[in-house]
Design a protein around this ligand. Sequence first.
Ligand SMILES: *[C@@H]1O[C@H](CO)[C@@H](O)[C@H](O)[C@H]1NC(C)=O
Ligand SMILES: *[C@@H]1O[C@H](CO)[C@@H](O)[C@H](O)[C@H]1NC(C)=O
Ligand SMILES: *[C@@H]1O[C@H](CO)[C@@H](O)[C@H](O)[C@H]1NC(C)=O
Ligand SMILES: *[C@@H]1O[C@H](CO)[C@@H](O)[C@H](O)[C@H]1NC(C)=O
Ligand SMILES: *[C@@H]1O[C@H](CO)[C@@H](O)[C@H](O)[C@H]1NC(C)=O
Ligand SMILES: *[C@@H]1O[C@H](CO)[C@@H](O)[C@H](O)[C@H]1NC(C)=O
Ligand SMILES: *[C@@H]1O[C@H](CO)[C@@H](O)[C@H](O)[C@H]1NC(C)=O
Ligand SMILES: *[C@@H]1O[C@H](CO)[C@@H](O)[C@H](O)[C@H]1NC(C)=O
Ligand SMILES: *[C@@H]1O[C@H](CO)[C@@H](O)[C@H](O)[C@H]1NC(C)=O
Length: 350
Amino acid sequence: MARKLNMSLFIVAILAAALHCSVAQRTHVVGNSLGWTVPPGGPTAYSTWASQQTFSVGDVLVFNFTTGTHDVAEVTRSSFDGCNTTSPMSLNTNGPANITLMTAGEHHYICTFSGHCNVGQKLAINVSAAPSTSPAPQPGPATPPPVPAPSPSRTPQTYVVGDSLGWLVPPGGPIAYQTWASNKTFVVGDVLVFNFTSGAHNVAVVTSKAAYDSCNTSATSTTITTSPARINLTNPGEHFYICTFPQHCSLGQKLAINVTGTASTPSPTPSPATPPSSPTPAPAPSSPGATPPSPSGSTTPAPSGSTTPSTPSTPSPSGVSAPPPPSSAPSFAVAALPFTFLSIVLALFY
Ligand SMILES: *[C@@H]1O[C@H](CO)[C@@H](O)[C@H](O)[C@H]1NC(C)=O
Ligand SMILES: *[C@@H]1O[C@H](CO)[C@@H](O)[C@H](O)[C@H]1NC(C)=O
Ligand SMILES: *[C@@H]1O[C@H](CO)[C@@H](O)[C@H](O)[C@H]1NC(C)=O
Ligand SMILES: *[C@@H]1O[C@H](CO)[C@@H](O)[C@H](O)[C@H]1NC(C)=O
Ligand SMILES: *[C@@H]1O[C@H](CO)[C@@H](O)[C@H](O)[C@H]1NC(C)=O
Ligand SMILES: *[C@@H]1O[C@H](CO)[C@@H](O)[C@H](O)[C@H]1NC(C)=O
Ligand SMILES: *[C@@H]1O[C@H](CO)[C@@H](O)[C@H](O)[C@H]1NC(C)=O
Ligand SMILES: *[C@@H]1O[C@H](CO)[C@@H](O)[C@H](O)[C@H]1NC(C)=O
Ligand SMILES: *[C@@H]1O[C@H](CO)[C@@H](O)[C@H](O)[C@H]1NC(C)=O
């Protein structure tokens, strides 16, 4: 049995070496039965599909579309991000289009028909150099998975959802808020600010992931209709927000975040700005469910009731528009620092 398996692997290895990369290892029908089209659920359709595949050099992508209604272009990352159809690296106008993956790395594909990419007909994949043989058993020691778990001990932060984009039907589909949330950490005590045009949008707290995925506007617990809507993250776990205006959620006005345990020690110290000098933080529990939720249970943000600032440490509600997007703040500060220093030095000399 083992001998036979070894023989099979040997033959596969010989064949792979002989044919090198010219052989097509696998065929991936993009989007499966959906095909290559304007996805009903926005770009998550293709990013979700891609996340369930492994791509290797030599594999074939089948873009299944009707000639004349769509096409497929390989583009650069920036053209992918901006849905720029000006000068693609390649263009296939006949469907179905089979594209063999010739190089490792990231590959980006869009439809160049007007508006199609913007509403989600776009695909980004990572191609690995290794040919995709059947997973061979690795007798060596398993590589330890590096899981750097950042300890969630920091001062509470206020996030303006989407930064300068605000809260609207995003031009790039749901990926906009997904991307915005992807490199942020949300901790109990943080505040989300939804900045939108009152009357044109709202913010509803969705009660389940299923309702979020299907944009079920009936399954909401709280709806805030006046902007800016401030939502305090009081409970750990997954939180889902949508706009309940018709089609807004399905076009991408939806946000899902993961909130981890408490930001700082919940002891009611009157001055939380400067933590006490003890440098050893309390060992945070690894599972978010270990921290007991606040007695109020559900998040019931009352936008009108936020005018009672009991804690003087946080800025007053009138200062909502003051903080710039958090991503731009550090770089600005760093850039301004040498200039300030130079000014002081010059002032001393003159
Ligand atoms: C392409 O789409 C057509 C129409 O939906 C379908 O009949 C066909 O099976 C699809 N081809 C592949 C390779 O999935
Ligand atoms: C689109 O790409 C072309 C070619 O790379 C470039 O000249 C043009 O400025 C881009 N347009 C936008 C809006 O970024
Ligand atoms: C493209 O791939 C599909 C699925 O493997 C196959 O049925 C079809 O014949 C291919 N078309 C071309 C032109 O190679
Ligand atoms: C591809 O992999 C790199 C490195 O892991 C990652 O930064 C990038 O986001 C991935 N791109 C896609 C489209 O998955
Ligand atoms: C939407 O949510 C409501 C309330 O939870 C539920 O009664 C209804 O069946 C849901 N609708 C769909 C289409 O899932
Ligand atoms: C939250 O975390 C869980 C477990 O890691 C994960 O399955 C889920 O996709 C995450 N949700 C979001 C919105 O990031
Ligand atoms: C949210 O937190 C702020 C302080 O950050 C507080 O003034 C406000 O009352 C809280 N709102 C709710 C609804 O808990
Ligand atoms: C909210 O949006 C308006 C209009 O786009 C903008 O002037 C204001 O600065 C934004 N506020 C925040 C907190 O981002
Ligand atoms: C988060 O991602 C955005 C866009 O991908 C980027 O502009 C920003 O600098 C990132 N912020 C951090 C803190 O990594």
